[in-house]
Write a protein of this length. Structure first.
Length: 82
């Protein structure tokens, strides 16, 4: 073995606990991010289905248009339906 390999092996043995702790931390962070992404995707699909099967009722446009009648000068004059 070359001296370089021996030095790397000694360094690994010396810092073995820190290296393993860092790898475990990376794995945990990766899992948390993956679960959050999965929850967001499932939530988005569920919300999409909810909106599709429970549509929002349309606003009554007749009332809006009767309140915004224009006069002969093109100025909006609010008027209540009779």
């Amino acid at each position: 073995m070359s001296q370089e390999k021996v030095d790397r092996r000694k360094e690994y043995k010396r810092n073995h606990k820190q290296i393993l702790a860092r790898e475990k931390r990376k794995q945990k962070i990766t899992k948390v991010i993956a679960y959050l992404c999965l929850i967001c995707v499932i939530g988005g699909v569920g919300f999409s289905f909810y909106q599709k099967f429970n549509p929002k009722p349309e606003a009554d446009t007749a009332t809006f248009y009767s309140l915004t009648a224009t006069d002969s000068y093109g100025i909006l004059q609010p008027s209540l339906p009779e």
